[in-house]
Ligand binder design. Structure first.
Ligand code: CAA
Length: 283
């Protein structure tokens, strides 16, 4: 297994899975708080600031985006997990202080940006989340303890969620005067429906394991001691299917909610023609 602690000296080129993951961020490693490992077809991204409950910063999100941009081609499953008792306590609360996070500013400094610059800042942060939906991979969030705000949204950015029985999802942003803007509102509304999403976000209440499974926010809940094995088992089952068929099927399923039945039937035909030709056609 190749491993890279991410962040630190901007001169560092990080190696993972034999490929150059290159410089992730100029921020101090503690502010990035990520580890990245590749083991064959499985990549693991670990939020690694357990002493701060894996609080996330802009440096975390640009590091995540960089991992997405440079993901080795052989990777088919990406596991996102958190070190310690909590998956992630969300954005680093220092962002709310006048001093902010060293080298990364604060909400006060962001508020002074022009519209275009501010929008760009958020778009850059969102890039860290969006790649986890790519059809070529299946992303699995392994979630224990608190998944608050940006933590909940990171779990929602993944295709699948396996949770420990102590999981506590909470969309805290509205309670803090903000909106969830790290791409979490769409998957949340798609999964639980708009009324339940409104109720969960606008009360900022906690959703536990049993309810998460019932609402479809988690595929399975297991005792905390079994979380890692449950994720490994799921990854192994996903890897047992044909790679190209898996990507094509994911493309179909992702597009299905936005299409009519006729459009989806046409998309199935187009994908299947390619599959059958790839499997049985003349090469
Ligand atoms: N940012 C920075 N530090 C954090 C943090 C955060 N979000 N969450 C926890 N920490 C730090 C604590 O300050 C503490 O540090 P020290 O040991 O140096 O004092 C350490 O992590 C451990 O925290 P607790 O002692 O509080 O641990 P706990 O297990 O008792 O409680 C918790 C865990 C319930 C998650 C609690 O820490 C908490 O409520 N944290 C804040 C959660 C929050 O409001 N996050 C913002 C969500 S909104 C968001 O994410 C916005 C967005 O996307 C735009």
């Amino acid at each position: 297994m190749a491993e890279a602690a991410i962040g630190g000296n901007p001169e560092h080129a990080l190696k993972a899975g034999g490929s150059d993951v290159s410089t992730i961020s100029a921020a101090a490693p503690a502010e990035v708080g990520l580890r990245f490992e590749v083991d064959g077809e499985i990549a693991t991204v670990t939020l690694d600031r357990p002493d701060k409950r894996n609080a996330q910063t802009f440096a975390t999100w640009s590091a995540l985006a960089r991992i997405g941009e440079t993901l080795p081609e052989q990777v088919r499953v990406v596991v996102v997990k958190g070190e310690g008792p909590s998956f992630s306590a969300g954005i680093d609360l220092r962002m709310f202080t006048p001093e902010g996070v060293p080298g990364q500013g604060s909400f006060a400094s962001a508020a002074a940006l022009g519209d275009a610059e501010f929008e760009q800042l958020i778009a850059e942060a969102q890039k860290g989340f969006l790649w986890l939906r790519r059809p070529e991979i299946v992303s699995i969030a392994a979630v224990q303890g608190h998944a608050i705000g940006a933590g909940f949204q990171l779990a929602l950015a993944c295709d699948l969620r396996v949770v420990a029985d102590d999981v506590k999802f909470c969309m805290k942003e509205p309670a803090l005067g903000l909106v969830p803007d790290l791409t979490g509102t769409k998957p949340l509304a798609d999964i639980v429906g708009v009324p339940r999403a409104i109720e969960i976000c606008l009360t900022a209440r906690t959703v536990g394991a049993a309810e998460a499974v019932r609402l479809g926010l988690a595929e399975i809940a297991v005792p905390a001691s079994e979380l890692s094995q449950a994720v490994q088992d799921l990854a192994a089952a996903l890897l047992a299917t044909d790679r190209a068929a898996a990507a094509a099927t994911k493309r179909l399923l992702q597009a299905a909610p936005g299409r009519t039945l006729e459009e989806q039937a046409a998309a199935e035909r187009a994908e299947q023609i390619q599959r059958v030709r790839a499997l049985f056609g003349q090469r």
